[in-house]
Design a protein around this ligand. Structure first.
Ligand SMILES: Cc1ncc(C[n+]2csc(CCOP(=O)(O)OP(=O)(O)O)c2C)c(N)n1
Ligand SMILES: [Mg+2]
Length: 345
């Protein structure tokens, strides 16, 4: 049997959630999963180019943080190259994410970004960043401007919180340490979310870091650090709500380490031969979508028929996104130099 780090316990009996919110979380996670299963199909059919990194298995993190604790579209989100599902949770329409993956002009980054560079000013998605840890200082800049506008310029409406997602591998990069120091010093309204999926491509987390419990690194910055079972959307939602409340109250950042696992290889080009069957089985048995479904059924917050109806609806959303992407135009070559610099409206 593999030695897995003990997942923190969570008392689901204390959860307060309405039926409406429970179903919303279920819908968001289902969208993430179905959307990406379709991405794999489209990639292998040659519809997408470049590297495509899927998020299957990690959905409870995106949904629990963004949909469970933030104000999607008002608060800021920054991501990595594994960004499709963060974009969907932040409210970017599935059509625009799929069209971006197809490199079409109707994509959220106008077909210029592709899989690793989802962006939407409208949805306050600060971008997917392909350089490991690159989003950490960018997200902190967004958090800084909220604080500056509120406290220095007196704009009471500038109470946005920023969620900054990155991986275990990124937590060994210098930008992590420099930025967490400043964010704590300046009490920025930000939550740093490390999605510890145990691997950085083929590098096992334990082989790359002196302190594998990443949340403990927060203490040296006088920052709150918490670990959470990243396969349990309700547990993620709870720690995220506390972190967002702290950030909005001006009490500074939190480092959340979500223990999770990607169900597929690093990218769709990865044959995924390094990870053991035992390890995969351990995590497959903790599928976050099945876990939420069981909770909702057990607590009379949903019926089988309601969950099936959501799945059917989402299948339709994903099919529609593919049709939209396929029938959308390529970016026009006359516009090759557009969108490099900001334009006057
Ligand atoms: C600065 C930098 N160094 C190296 C790479 C190559 N690279 C791409 S993904 C990756 C692994 C990152 O792993 P992690 O942060 O755990 O994220 P995950 O892929 O597990 O979501 C590396 C080293 C890169 N993109 N950027
Ligand atoms: Mg990783």
């Amino acid at each position: 049997m593999v030695q897995e780090r003990t997942l923190p316990t969570f008392n689901a009996a204390t959860v307060k959630i309405t039926k409406e919110e429970g179903l919303r979380l279920y819908e968001d996670m289902t969208l993430g999963r179905f959307f990406e299963d379709k991405c794999a199909e489209m990639y292998y059919r040659g519809k997408m180019f470049g590297f495509v990194h899927l998020y299957n298995g990690q959905e409870a993190v995106s949904t629990g943080i963004i949909q469970g604790a933030m104000r999607p579209g008002e608060d800021y989100v920054s991501s990595t190259y594994r960004d499709h599902v963060h974009a969907l949770s932040a409210g970017v329409p599935a059509r625009e994410v799929m069209a971006e993956l197809f490199g079409k002009a109707t994509g959220c980054s106008k077909g210029r970004g592709g899989s690793m560079h989802m962006f939407s000013a409208e949805h306050r998605l600060l971008g997917g960043y392909a350089f490991v840890a690159e989003g950490i200082p960018v997200a902190s800049g967004a958090a800084f401007q909220s604080k500056y506008r509120r406290e220095v310029l007196g704009d009471e409406s500038a109470d946005q919180v920023t969620a900054c997602f990155f991986g275990d591998g990124a937590a060994n990069n210098g930008q992590f340490f420099e930025t967490l120091n400043m964010a704590a010093l300046w009490k920025l309204p930000i939550i740093f979310v490390v999605e510890n999926n145990k691997w950085a491509i083929g590098m096992a987390h334990e082989r790359a870091t002196s302190q594998p419990e990443i949340y403990k690194k927060a203490s040296v910055f006088n920052m709150v650090g918490v670990e959470v079972d990243g396969m349990d959307v309700l547990a993620v939602r709870e720690v995220a709500q506390a972190a967002v409340a702290r950030a909005r109250a001006g009490e500074g950042p939190t480092l959340i380490e979500a223990l999770t696992y990607r169900f597929r290889g690093h990218s769709l080009a990865d044959p995924d031969e390094l990870r053991s069957k035992d390890e995969k089985d351990f995590w497959f048995a903790r599928d976050p979508i099945k876990k939420l479904a069981a909770y909702l059924l057990e607590h009379d917050l949903a019926t089988e028929a309601e969950l099936k109806a959501i799945e059917k609806k989402i299948q339709g959303v994903v099919e529609d996104a593919v049709k939209f992407a396929e029938s959308s135009p390529e970016p026009d070559s006359s516009e090759l130099y557009r969108f490099i610099f900001a334009e006057d409206e």
